[in-house]
Structure formats: structure tokens, C-alpha cells
Design a protein around this ligand. Structure first.
Ligand code: CA
Length: 229
């Protein structure tokens, strides 16, 4: 199911949009404030953003610009004034479409569907090639070398990523620290197996809700580690 985020400070409009979009089978979230909307837009995964122009704290121009810096997700901008739409176009913020209020709900739904379909076609071929590992809230995109925990991206160093990806690809297999060190660091590296311990600790700090009770990487005392599924 496609997940949409509406950033709109007029709650009645946001609710109306949400109702119609949900009837069309979309999963819809609402933020009524520019700052909270921006934070959420970048913290979670959405398939499309519906963005009002005039918003408290951070306006739609800025939100659109910030989304575009990081993502190619379709952005549909909404404004009460025709003039604003022209301004948005002129600024070249990278919004995919513009709608002037008032608009009919069916028009909104039609445009949302069209943009999702276009975007899915666009990313379809490359997305299907991305090698992903997904376990509970953890998502590892091996192709893009990115890690998400409950939809939020976490920054990993090269070796942290290699180690996590290696363990996740061999679920339930217990590896000794020596094996992991040899596998991930190879022979070229200076260091020792304590490096593995340090990296496991750092990975856990990023992916575990409670590092004292790890749900992903389990310590097998006296042996090493295994990735739990
Ligand atoms: Ca507004």
C-alpha cells in the first residue's frame, strides 16, 4: 500500500484529503505544522508528499527544497493562490505537480495515482535490482549501502556496514570474532579481533532499541556472534 504524507495546516482540508485518499486505498499521515512535517518527511519513508505552501514555522517552498535534496519521491504542491503556483514553477524547486485550492477531491486522487504510477515506472527497474535484507524493523539496502531502522536511515561506516550486511546475510549462523575479522577486514588491515567487538558495539548502538538486550546481533559467549531471525 502506498504511504502518503499530507503537510497542511488547515486541519479540515487535511482531513478531507485524507478521507478521500484512504477511500482510494492509500495509507495517509498528516502533519499540521511545517517543522514537524519536514522532520517527518525526512525521517520516514513515504511514496508521495502533498505539501501545502503556506505553513507555520517552515513553508512549503523550503520543505520541497529539503525533500528534493535527499529524495526523488513525488511532491504535489497545493496553494490557495494561482500566483503562488507560478512562483513555485519559476523557482524550479523540483515539485512534480501543483494544484490550486479549491480543488475537487477526485482531482487530487487522480493526480496522486498518476504520479505514483509514473514514479513506480521510473524506479521500477532499478528498485527491483536493489538487493535488500529486511528483518523486523531493520532494512539493509545492499545496493545503495544504506541502513534503515523503522524507516529512519542510520549512518554507517564502510566496515560497520560490511559487518552488519555479512551477518544479516547469514542468519542464525554463529561466527567467531576471528572469522569475522578475516572476512571483513581481510589481511591488509592492521588491528585485531577487538576491532570486531568495537564495531559490533557501534552497530548495536545504531540498530538496537536496547543494546543490553540485542534483538538482531546476539553474543554467543566464548564463541562470537550471530544474527537472529
Ligand atoms: Ca496553509
Amino acid at each position: 500500500m502506498s504511504r502518503l504524507l499530507i503537510i497542511e495546516d488547515e486541519e479540515s482540508i487535511a482531513e478531507l484529503e485524507k478521507d478521500y485518499l484512504e477511500l482510494s486505498g492509500f495509507d495517509v499521515e498528516i502533519e499540521n505544522n511545517g517543522q514537524s512535517g519536514l522532520d517527518r518527511a525526512l525521517a520516514e519513508d513515504f511514496d508521495l508528499y502533498i505539501l501545502d505552501l503556506m505553513l507555520p514555522e517552515v513553508d512549503g517552498f523550503e520543505i520541497c527544497r529539503r525533500i528534493r535534496k535527499e529524495r526523488n519521491t513525488p511532491v504535489l504542491m497545493v496553494s490557495a493562490k494561482k500566483d503562488d503556483i507560478d512562483k513555485i514553477r519559476g523557482l524550479g524547486l523540483g515539485a512534480d505537480d501543483y494544484i490550486t485550492k479549491p480543488f475537487s477531491p477526485s482531482e487530487l486522487v487522480a493526480r496522486v495515482k498518476a504520479h505514483l504510477a509514473r514514479y513506480e515506472r521510473l524506479i521500477g527497474s532499478s528498485a527491483s535490482q536493489n538487493e535488500m535484507v529486511e528483518i523486523r524493523g531493520l532494512k539493509i539496502d545492499k545496493t545503495a549501502r544504506r541502513v534503515y531502522i523503522n524507516g529512519t536511515e542510520k549512518q554507517f561506516t564502510t566496515k560497520e556496514f560490511d559487518l552488519l550486511a555479512f551477518l544479516a546475510q547469514h542468519p542464525n549462523h554463529v561466527f567467531s570474532k576471528e572469522e569475522l575479522f578475516k572476512k571483513i577486514w581481510d589481511m591488509e588491515s592492521v588491528g585485531d579481533i577487538a576491532t570486531v567487538t568495537v564495531h559490533i558495539k557501534k552497530i548495536r548502538e545504531k540498530i538496537e532499541f536496547n543494546t543490553a538486550k540485542p534483538q538482531y546481533i546476539e553474543t554467543i559467549w566464548g564463541v562470537g556472534y550471530r544474527f537472529k531471525v
